[in-house]
Design a protein around this ligand. Structure first.
Ligand code: NAP
Length: 268
C-alpha cells in the first residue's frame, strides 16, 4: 500500500501528519507521492480540494481519505485520535481491493479564443462578472434556455452541494445521484430581464453551455482555484465520465453528516 499526505499546514495538521508517517512506517506502508494508492488529506474540506486537484489526473488509481483537524467535514470524517484505527485498516487491506465509495464530479470545458481546455471540479465551478453584472446565455442540450443577468452562476457536484451551492439556497443532493446543479447568484428579475430564479438539476448525459456576452471580464473558479478570463467564449458543464473514490472503511451516512454539520442536536 502506497500513500501520500496533503496537509493544511497549521500546527495540528503538521503534527498529525508526522504521527501518521511514524505509524505508517510501523505498519509497513510506503510513502509514494508520485503514485499513491491512497491520498490522505489532513485539515478540512478545503484541504481535500487541494488533494483532489493535485491528483486529478490519477483518479482511476488513487482513492482519498480525509482527517479533520478542525470541525467535522464532508470530505474529512476521521479524527486525529483515530489514526491507529485508520492505519490498521490501510495496512490490513493492502492485499485486498480498497473499500471505496465513488462520487460524481463535474467536467468543465472552457472554450476561449485560443482553444478549448477541460477541467474537473470536486465541489463546483462558478462564473462571475469582474466589473459588475454577469450577462450570459444558458443553453441546455443545445437549446436556448435563458439569458441570465446577475452576480454569477454556480455549477456544483452533489458533494459540492453542501458548499457554495448551499449558501445560494440550492438543494443538497445525495452523492449517489449522478447530476450537476446550476444555481443563480442574485439574478436580476424584473419586467425586462428574466431568468428561472431557482436552481436546476441536470442528469448525466445532459450538458449546459454558458456563454457570457462578448467583451466581459469573467472570474471563473474551480473549487479553490480561480482565473480571470477576457476571451471566454463559453463553458460547457456536465457530469464527468470519471468519478472520485473515497476510502470507506466504516459507514457514515451522508444525511448524518448533513445533520451533524448544519443542524446539530435536535431540540424537542
Ligand atoms: P474558504 O473560503 O477558505 O472555505 C470555505 C468553507 O467551505 C470552509 O469552511 C470549508 O470547510 C467549506 N467547504 C469546502 N467544501 C465544502 C463542502 N463540499 N461542503 C461543505 N463545506 C465545504 O475556501 P476553501 O477552503 O479554499 O474552499 C473552497 C470552497 O469554498 C469552494 O469550493 C466553495 O464550495 C466554498 N465557498 C463557499 C462560499 C459561500 O458559501 N458563500 C463562497 C466561496 C467559496 P473546511 O473549513 O473544512 O475546509
Amino acid at each position: 500500500m502506497k500513500y501520500n499526505i496533503v496537509n493544511r499546514g497549521d500546527e495540528t495538521s503538521v503534527r498529525t501528519m508526522e504521527r501518521f508517517h511514524e505509524l505508517a512506517a510501523e505498519c509497513g506502508l510506503k510513502l509514494d507521492p508520485e503514485n499513491p494508492d491512497i491520498v490522505v488529506s489532513i485539515g478540512g474540506d478545503g484541504t481535500m480540494l487541494h488533494a483532489f486537484h493535485l491528483y486529478a489526473d490519477k483518479l482511476d488509481q488513487t482513492s482519498f481519505v480525509g482527517i479533520h483537524t478542525g470541525h467535522l467535514g464532508f470530505y474529512a470524517d476521521w479524527k486525529p485520535m483515530e489514526l491507529e484505527t485508520l492505519l490498521r485498516h490501510m495496512a490490513t487491506e493492502s492485499a485486498e481491493p480498497i473499500r471505496t465509495v465513488k462520487y460524481p464530479i463535474i467536467e468543465i470545458q472552457i472554450v476561449a479564443e485560443q482553444g478549448t481546455e477541460t477541467y474537473l471540479a470536486l465541489n463546483e465551478c462558478t462564473l462571475k462578472g469582474v466589473e459588475g453584472t454577469l450577462v450570459a446565455e444558458l443553453r441546455i442540450n443545445d437549446e436556448r434556455f435563458e439569458m441570465f443577468r446577475g452576480d454569477g452562476i454556480c455549477i456544483s457536484t452533489p458533494t459540492g452541494s453542501t458548499g457554495y451551492n448551499r449558501s445560494l439556497n440550492g438543494a443538497i443532493l445525495h452523492p449517489s445521484l449522478e447530476a450537476v446543479q446550476i444555481a443563480e447568484m442574485a439574478s436580476l428579475n424584473n419586467r425586462v430581464y428574466r431568468s428561472l430564479g431557482s436552481s436546476i438539476v441536470l442528469p448525466k448525459h445532459h450538458h449546459c453551455d454558458i456563454s457570457p456576452k462578448k467583451g466581459q471580464k469573467i472570474l471563473l473558479t474551480l473549487d479553490h482555484l480561480n482565473m480571470q478570463l477576457t476571451d471566454l467564449i463559453s463553458i460547457r458543464c456536465m457530469v464527468a465520465d470519471r468519478k472520485v473514490s473515497f476510502v470507506r472503511y466504516r459507514p457514515f451516512p451522508f444525511w448524518n453528516r448533513v445533520r451533524e454539520s448544519f443542524i446539530g442536536d435536535i431540540v424537542e
